[in-house]
Design a protein. Structure first.
Length: 282
């Protein structure tokens, strides 16, 4: 055997360590995974079906549950396209141009990651509440934002703000602008260049960002809880509806709604992994 091969094998053994260390680390990882992931998942579905299938279906088809589903979908349907458009525009602007305020724009995009969702909800209350800065004007014009659907949509848009931009921006910077400059040199308009050159190159980053944005929009609790007012059947999303049922000791109903959100999370994870697999260069 070649001496270099022996050296490589000895190096690999020294880096991997003794067998009992490897198996101990693997066992600890599996144990933590089971305690913090598998057991909660099993518990959610166990409690959801503890009163049988009919009770499970009844909890999900109750009028207040259906209203919570509609509001959750409405908030996501508004927040995701808004953040998609903003994320694409901001990523293109930051990746392709140097301008004053560029660093500030990048910081503002990351702001929802550093601010607690509850604090974000309180900020909206201070802005649009009855005693807030804009509260008197809104009251005079009979416009309700806080404790109404617009407040929930605003909170959802805020907490999902960075997802598309933060997924698309690194892809745009990595791809460079050579092909776009070539298209412009050949006479293509800016809009056509964006649609036929820029967008296809970043499509997997866009899809990845949209998936994460949608998952966060449907599962958001903190900011939405502050601005919703918990008006049952009117301003309660699915996470808030699950909390209300749990506080009323309706464990089967609460976990039935939680199981729906859990299924959404699992589907999101599967789609996310599929997008990652498809985006890998062949």
């Amino acid at each position: 055997m070649h001496p270099s091969t022996l050296v490589l094998r000895r190096s690999a053994r020294s880096l991997s360590g003794p067998a009992f260390v490897r198996w101990g680390l693997i066992g600890a990882a599996v144990l933590l995974l089971g305690v913090f992931l598998i057991v909660p998942l099993v518990a959610v579905f166990t409690f959801a079906f503890q009163k049988g299938w009919e009770s499970y279906v009844a909890a999900l088809t109750h009028p207040t549950a259906l209203a919570a589903m509609r509001l959750t979908l409405l908030a996501a349907v508004i927040a995701v396209p808004f953040n998609l458009v903003f994320g694409l525009a901001a990523s293109w602007l930051i990746a392709r141009f140097q301008f004053r305020g560029r660093s500030l724009l990048m910081t503002l995009i990351d702001l929802p990651f550093s601010v607690s969702p509850v604090i974000a909800g309180l900020i909206f209350v201070l802005l649009f509440g009855r005693q807030g800065w804009l509260g008197p004007w809104l009251l005079d014009h009979d416009v309700r934002v806080i404790f109404a659907v617009p407040g929930i949509v605003l909170a959802t848009v805020f907490v999902t703000f960075p997802f598309v931009a933060r997924e698309v921006l690194p892809v745009m910077e990595a791809q460079g602008s050579d092909e776009e400059e070539a298209a412009l040199t050949l006479g293509a308009s800016g809009w056509r260049t964006f649609l036929t050159v820029t967008l296809p190159k970043v499509k997997w980053g866009v899809l990845y960002g949209v998936i994460l944005c949608n998952a966060r929009a449907m599962g958001e609790f903190g900011a939405v809880s502050v601005v919703s007012g918990h008006v049952r059947g009117v301003t309660t999303t699915l996470p808030l509806h699950a909390e209300i049922l749990y506080n009323e000791y309706d464990l089967a109903g609460a976990f039935a709604v939680a199981s729906l959100l859990t299924l959404l999370a699992l589907v999101t994870l599967v789609v996310k992994k599929f997008v990652e697999w498809r985006s890998q260069p062949s």
